[in-house]
Design a protein around this ligand. Structure first.
Ligand SMILES: [Zn+2]
Ligand SMILES: [Zn+2]
Length: 404
């Protein structure tokens, strides 16, 4: 691809990496995206669902393609030692969303300079992916009025696959996530007089243990789900029985029926344990974060697979298997009534894979590399950025109408 553009993108990437912004606070990043879009002739709307940016390039008759990138960083202290490491204490682009923004501005510039298509191109920069809230916020903030209904929604996530390869899977690609805040009510009192109280610590402990039976005993062996009690908080002192306990629960699932069954079982168990303890009040079960599974549309995925194969070679478009991580990109596609295709962009140093001949070897190398969210996560720029741009461009061009 164009060497001058690639140089500008490397500079933009290092700048974004050194200036990470937490979920919902992507003001500077959104400004960078909006500037690139305007320079390339897009109609730009800022402040969609918080800091979201939408650029529309209309070029006559033809299909509409929406390309999506997320913008937020994480509360992680960077430990990569890179010269362009984060300048913000305790905040880092540890999930590679800076790569996504860079590749999307590169794709926007490349497609804007290409006279060979007609149709409509939408480039969408989403806030707050890490809290699974940004996509919903953009949809709720009139996204469907700002853009034509797309024929397809496309996006990518950088991952520790070898740089120069891409991961694409038909059907369920990323898991659904649901986070719950469970409040259990007891009756407080003196630690020496339990007979006057309802102890929420015991109630919470029993609930946490019983919840571990949901996946083991209520989900079929052929299905998958993960249920984690990530936090359990109650009490302040050894001789005081608290009046409440709080559990934070996260559930991952791929199948909607399994998801609903697990959510229903959690609700049932929480209520039953409260009743078994003689709780004075019904427990509270509040959903604090959620995103549906990423479901890659089979027909659209076939189109994208051919396009990506033309960029890196068909053998380098690999099947990554189902991912238990989650992504809220599906909310954008669902909100606009469009099919979705979302792929993995290899970002790991290919040198680490030298000598890895079999799939098992590759899997072993990947397991030893810093994963997304690690303070050591550092995708290589070359060829990750160029491949990321070309993948978006090729996939978009597979829909946009060629001009004679
Ligand atoms: Zn992440
Ligand atoms: Zn991410």
């Amino acid at each position: 691809m164009d060497a001058h553009l690639l140089g500008r993108l490397a500079t933009a990437y290092r700048d974004l990496h050194s200036h990470p912004e937490l979920s919902g606070q992507e003001v500077r990043t959104a400004g960078v995206a909006a500037t690139w879009l305007r320079e390339n002739g897009f109609d730009v709307t800022e402040g969609v669902g918080g800091t979201g940016v939408v650029g529309v390039l209309r070029r006559g008759e033809g299909p509409c393609v929406l390309l999506r990138a997320d913008m937020d960083a994480l509360p992680v202290q960077e430990a990569t030692g890179l010269p362009h490491a984060s300048t913000v204490d305790g905040v880092m682009h540890a999930c590679g969303h800076d790569v996504h923004v860079t590749c999307l501005v590169g794709a926007a510039a490349t497609l804007a300079a290409d006279p060979g298509w007609s149709g409509t191109l939408v480039c969408l920069f989403q806030p707050a992916e890490e809290t699974a809230s940004g996509a919903r916020a953009m949809v709720a903030d009139r996204l469907a009025e700002l853009v034509p209904r797309p024929d397809v929604v496309l996006g990518q996530h950088v991952a520790p696959l070898p740089a120069g390869s891409l991961g694409l899977r038909t059907g369920p690609a990323f898991a659904a996530t649901d986070s719950l805040r469970v409040t259990l009510w007891g009756r407080g009192g003196h630690g020496s007089r339990p007979e006057t109280t309802v102890d929420p610590v015991v109630m919470a402990a029993a609930t946490a243990l019983r919840l571990q039976g949901v996946v083991a005993r209520e989900v079929a062996g052929t299905e998958t789900a993960v249920l984690t009690v990530g936090a359990l908080n109650a009490g302040t002192a050894p001789n005081i029985i608290a009046d409440r306990a709080e559990l934070l629960v996260n559930i991952r699932s791929s199948d909607e029926a399994v998801r609903q069954r697990v959510l229903g079982a959690v609700e049932r168990i929480v209520r039953a344990e409260a009743q078994a303890s003689g709780a004075p009040r019904e427990p509270g079960v509040e959903r604090i974060e959620s995103a549906p599974a990423v479901l890659n549309d089979p027909a659209a995925t076939d189109v994208v697979r051919r396009a990506l194969g033309a960029v890196v070679g068909a053998a380098r478009v690999v099947e990554p298997g189902p991912v238990t991580g989650s992504e809220d990109v599906g909310v954008i596609a669902e909100g606009l009534g469009a099919p979705l295709v979302f792929w993995l962009l290899g970002g790991a140093d290919p040198a680490a894979f030298a000598g890895a001949a079999s799939t098992e070897d590759v899997v072993r190398v990947v397991a030893g590399l810093p994963s997304n969210h690690s303070p050591h996560f550092a995708p290589v720029e070359d060829p990750t950025l160029a491949v990321g741009v070309q993948a978006l461009v090729a996939a978009a061009r597979a829909w946009l109408a060629p001009t004679a």
